[in-house]
Structure formats: structure tokens, C-alpha cells
Design a protein around this ligand. Sequence first.
Ligand SMILES: Nc1ncnc2c1ncn2[C@@H]1O[C@H](COP(=O)(O)OP(=O)(O)O)[C@@H](O)[C@H]1O
Ligand SMILES: [Mg+2]
Length: 337
Amino acid sequence: MSITERDLNHFGETNAAKDKLLEVRNLKTYYPIKGGFFRRTIGQVKAVDDISFEIKKGETLGLVGESGCGKSTAGRTILRLLNATSGQIIFDGKDITNVRGKELRQARKDFQMVFQDPYASLNPMQMIGDVISEPFKNFGYKNKKEIKEEVMNLLNRVGLPEDAYYKYAHEFSGGQRQRIGIARALALKPKLIVADEPVSALDVSVQSQVLNLLKELQSDFDLTYLFIAHNLSVVKHMSDRIGVMYLGNLVELADKNAIYDEPLHPYTQALISAIPEPDPKRKRERIVLTGDLPSPANPPTGCPFHTRCPVAKPECSEVKPTFKEVKPGHKVACLLY
Ligand SMILES: Nc1ncnc2c1ncn2[C@@H]1O[C@H](COP(=O)(O)OP(=O)(O)O)[C@@H](O)[C@H]1O
Ligand SMILES: [Mg+2]
């Protein structure tokens, strides 16, 4: 059978129409700071402070940045585990920012989270079979035999033996527990998975096995990933495009090769310069950032990075740069461009 021009056109059309799975517009998530005798709100931690991006169907978008820059908060807000302070989350063409009740439950079927610490997210008193059955039961699946079959399939699919069904979380290694977490996330065939540092807590020797599993599952289950990590090599391995966060802001977003080979933002340049380069001929100069990471409760005026930026100009402390496209598909928030 040959692919006709009509088929190709058909592909083109459907791809254009269904391109975007997730769109995040000007998203902010602030945590209140309570204080005083009456526990009044006396301030705000601006954990996510106006980020915008989109993820295409089947794509993996990596999100990197130092600890505390707001990656987890962003991921949790997108999955509606936290409420947005403002902005919009458009999932599969529907604004889910403020949906509640039944609508929220329905939306939740389509997105799942894989957590950093699989042990903390697994109930130690529950048999693994029950852990993975739970999503089915929560969504009204009744037939016990069918559920069990599905769970066995999932165990198999993530590389665990069938007798794992009858065991408890403490009987597994870290890597196996993460496989259990992944099986549970896959149960309802979600469209989007937010993987929040899914291998950071694992031994280096098993990290790549779990990453490879996530990659295999992506094509088998037609998954789209938001992949959060602070390790740039891990993100490079997994992502199609990469977004760099600093102090609640997205400072750069581009194709992964552009991020590694021609980073534009001084913060991204510093991050990339810190990756060990195995080829001595390509040795780069390491840019060491001075000063502490400012507090998101009291972020600097102007560009959030100006207090540590090696090339800051006087106006950087006054004008907040907009996040704009400076090359095709390459966005950066910096007054230099
Ligand atoms: N529940 C919370 N209450 C108040 N502040 C929080 C809470 N969770 C996180 N933060 C703060 O929000 C900022 C972003 O945190 P987080 O999203 O966990 O960053 P990351 O995942 O990039 O390490 C940090 O300054 C953190 O201390
Ligand atoms: Mg985090």
C-alpha cells in the first residue's frame, strides 16, 4: 500500500488542527505567607510568576532550573493540584483553570503526575495490586476481573513481575517503586504526564532504565510529557524542547539543541557552562554565578536575574524584559535581545 497525496494532506490537516495539547498563558501561582497572632496573610511567595508556553501532542517539554525556581509549583498548578493565582491553563482546547466538581474529575482522567519520591506517594499499607487498581475504581470501573487483568497488563508493561500485585511498597527497590508509580499514572490512559524529577531520587545505575521506560511508553501510549528536572543531561536525553526557569519566570525556551549549542539568556549560558564537557577540545569557560538566589517572596525589580547577571546593564534593574521570540522557535526574556 502506498501513501497517496490525499493521505498526506489529511495528515497535515489533522496535525495542524490538533497540534497543541496544553497551553499555559500568563500563569501565576502565589503561596500566601501567614503571620502574626491572627495568621493574617502578610506576604506572598511568588513561586510561579507569569509563565507562558505550550506543548504539542506527543512532544516532551523539559523544564529546568535551580531548586526553588517554581518547577514543581508550575507542574502541580497545571494538573490542578494547586489553584492558579491568575492566568489560564488550556488543556486539549478546553480552559480548565477554574473547572470544579464533575468537570474537574473528568479532566483529571487525562493528566497524571509521576512524582520524585515514589515511596512517599505509595501507601505502605496497600497491596500494589490495589494501588494500581485505585484509579479504575475511582472512575467507576466495576468489573473486578477486568480491573485485575488491566493491572496485570500494566505491571507487565512497566517491567514488573505479576507477583508484584500481591506485594507491598517496602518490598521493592527505588527503581521498581518508580515503575509502580508509572503504572498507576498510566492506568486511565492519560494524554499528559507531568514527570516531576522522576529519577532524581534513584541510584544513577537505574536512572537510565527508568528514563528509557518513560520513552518507550511515550510512543506506545501516545503520551505527551512535561518533564521536570534540575539535571541538564537528563533533560537533554528526554526532551524535544526545553524551558529554563529562574525565580518563577521562564527566561528561555527553545529546541533542545538550541538551548545546548546556542543558549541566549545569560542564566542559561551559566547553567550550560556548568555541565562537564567530555571533549577537551570543546572546553567552554565555566560561568560562575555570584550572589544568592533572591527570595521569591521579595523578588528583584526589573529582570529577576539582574542581581546575579554577569552582563547586566543599569536598565536591567528597572525594566522587566518581555518573553519574546528572537529567532524562529527560540524565546528569551532578556534586554540584550
Ligand atoms: N506550600 C508552600 N508554601 C509556601 N511556599 C512554598 C510552598 N511550596 C513551595 N514553596 C516555595 O515556592 C518556591 C518554588 O518552589 P517549588 O515549586 O517547589 O520549586 P522547584 O520545584 O523548582 O524546586 C520556593 O521558594 C518554595 O520554597
Ligand atoms: Mg520541585
